[in-house]
Design a protein. Structure first.
Lengths: 309, 289
């Protein structure tokens, strides 16, 4: 790809450079980024695996090598398994709720064209807020006594439906997941809009001239056209759900009584409240392994699916 | 998908559809509009109410007066310190991200070296690394470097986690720059450094803007690193203004929501002036993200 081999005029500066010096130039251009990635991404990733084999409270040089103890403990840890199940629930609900709504909104905005600019601008708004901001707002919306949600339900004489949304162990996770969806749907909407913008207008026109309805166009043209994008969305959603932290931590802290615990919140609690560094490192390392496996599997499975269509 | 597909999009022709279809569309549009905007309406309304109003008047009632007490309470606190810290951290991190990622993208798109492909793949694979896997080592590293509880503690993690996506976007972008540009520059005796600074950087401006916007928004809102790597309010960023204020005034819901509103305001103002650019930036980022 270099100029040196492709340039027609061989006597020029770059062209004259030997392979070695062009490698040096490349190294110089890559060095800052590689250094940064090595220090803040690769090293921590490996160091975390190393920490997962020690027992350490974080103070002084008291770390003790314990082999696989943290990992064997992890496999029998009910809290960890519960948090893994919660992560998978989050993933399943995210995929089932966020992707279809995002897809329908994108389809609608794309079809409406210029007329929907205002809608698009407003739909985008949640993406501008931090998770702490969103979590704080919705914690108040969910407030069992003074929150608008219960107030509305009572006003509609549906008192029976008013709940302690975040305080009930059976509801807390679901309540937070709905907010996660609120936060992320605009993202998937944009992703699908970007995908749709690459769709040739003739494709839709031709279908319409043949008398196809919106529903048929959506199912027979839009979705097949967006296969690649949907696959991206699946992987992103799965990875994002397995490593999710923010809103759960802000809204419930993993509670009540561990009912909404995720792997990341459990790891955080273990390390920064329980001062059990080694075990926390094992939890997050396991999370990384699961993320790698899940993204690999999704890509593989969906690829197979894609060829069948 | 090429970065370009996002930028140039002809207006889709308005199409006719049956009355039922149109009604359904309007219904979906309005419903989602309510779902999206009602929390914002609640947020802003509540900030103008007093603490006692919340308990005595219905939640959807308009504020009786535009009471600015809550905002005054927040602004008299450390709010501007948080704002200043956020601005500093994001500006410096973005500058470093742009510099490092554009240099790397130049190498990947135009220079020939061994292992170019595998190295690029490895960097892009960095996208799936969860922040939390690196949290403990980065916390320990930050302490040992003496950066703990300073604004500089956040720069490293913010830049490093922005690099994979940024290098990916910018490499695609630079690959699309026509070869003729550099060939004529070579004839003028232009070395790789000048080629980069005076040809590639200027031609990549739209890509740089995309990268800056996409990463800037997530850095501006970042929570966990800021939470773990700083502790003194004097060195914390905006998302933590909400957190710190909340632990101080736990019962004062209107004032807490006033902090939320104020922390969201800078991005919303930026959005009002550059929605198109920001939406495009997020779109391009999302496709790769």
């Amino acid at each position: 790809m270099s100029l040196a081999t492709e340039s027609p005029s061989r006597r020029l500066t770059l062209a004259q450079q030997t392979r070695r010096s062009s490698a040096l130039v490349a190294a110089a251009f890559l060095l800052p980024a590689l250094l940064m990635l090595a220090v803040y991404l690769l090293y921590p990733l490996l160091a975390n695996f190393r920490l997962s084999f020690v027992e350490w409270n974080g103070l002084g040089n008291t770390a003790r090598y314990v082999g696989l103890q943290n990992w064997t403990q992890l496999l029998q840890d009910a809290t960890f398994l519960k948090s893994l199940v919660n992560n998978l629930t989050l993933a399943a609900l995210s995929i089932v709720i966020q992707l279809p709504i995002g897809l329908v909104l994108a389809f609608m905005l794309d079809r409406a064209g210029r007329g929907s600019v205002v809608l698009k601008v407003l739909y985008f708004l949640p993406l501008l807020l931090s998770s702490v901001a969103i979590g704080t707002v919705f914690k108040n919306l969910y407030d069992p006594n003074f929150g608008p949600l219960n107030t509305l339900l009572r006003a509609a004489h549906l008192d029976g439906l008013a709940r302690d949304w975040l305080g009930d162990p059976g509801l807390a996770l679901a309540s937070v997941i709905l907010v996660v969806c609120w936060q992320n749907i605009p993202f998937y909407m944009l992703l699908f809009l970007a995908g749709l913008s690459g769709m040739p207008a003739e494709l839709k026109e031709a279908a319409r001239l043949d008398g196809a309805s919106d529903g048929v166009i959506f199912r027979r043209i839009t979705i097949p056209f967006l296969q690649g994008t949907i696959r991206t969305a699946l992987v992103l959603s799965l990875i994002g759900s397995l490593r999710y932290f923010d809103l759960v931590y802000v809204m419930t802290g993993g509670g009540p009584s561990g009912s909404s615990e995720l792997m990341a919140t459990y790891m955080y609690r273990t390390v920064f409240s329980g001062f059990n560094i080694g075990y926390g490192a094992a939890i997050s390392s396991a999370m990384f392994v699961l993320v790698v496996i899940a993204s690999g599997l999704t890509l593989r499975l969906t690829r197979r699916f894609e060829t069948e269509v | 998908m090429a970065v370009q597909t996002v930028s140039a999009r002809p207006a889709a022709p308005r199409v006719r559809s049956g009355l039922g279809g149109r009604l359904g569309t309007v219904l979906v549009a309005v419903l989602w509009l309510l779902v999206t905007t009602l929390p914002f309406v609640f947020l802003v309304f509540t900030t103008f109410k007093s603490q006692s109003d919340i308990y005595s008047t219905p939640i959807w009632a308009l504020p009786k007066t535009f009471d600015l007490t809550n905002y005054r309470l927040v602004l008299e606190g450390a709010f501007f310190t948080y704002l200043k810290n956020s601005a500093f951290v994001v500006a410096l991190s973005i500058a470093l991200t742009l510099l490092m990622s554009s240099m790397a993208a130049f190498a990947f798109s135009r220079l020939k070296f061994r292992f170019s492909g595998p190295l690029f793949g490895l960097i892009v694979a960095g996208l799936i690394v969860p922040v939390h896997v690196t949290l403990i080592p980065i916390y320990l590293l930050t302490r040992s470097m003496g950066l703990y509880d300073t604004v500089f503690a956040l720069i490293g993690p913010y830049v490093a986690f922005s690099l994979p996506i940024s290098i990916f976007i910018l490499t695609e972008f630079m690959r699309q720059i026509p070869r003729e540009m550099e060939e004529s520059a070579q004839i003028d005796g232009c070395g790789p450094v000048r080629m980069f600074t005076s040809i590639f950087l200027p031609l990549t401006t739209p890509g740089l803007a995309t990268v800056a916007i996409y990463n800037g928004i997530s850095m501006w809102n970042e929570f966990i690193f800021a939470y773990v790597l700083t502790s003194n309010p004097a060195h914390r960023t905006l998302p933590l203004a909400i957190w710190d204020f909340q632990s101080e005034h736990s019962a004062n819901m209107p004032a807490i929501l006033a902090v939320v509103t104020l922390t969201a305001l800078p991005l919303i103002v930026a959005y009002v002036f550059g929605q198109e650019r920001i939406i495009k930036g997020m779109m391009a980022g999302s496709v790769k993200g």
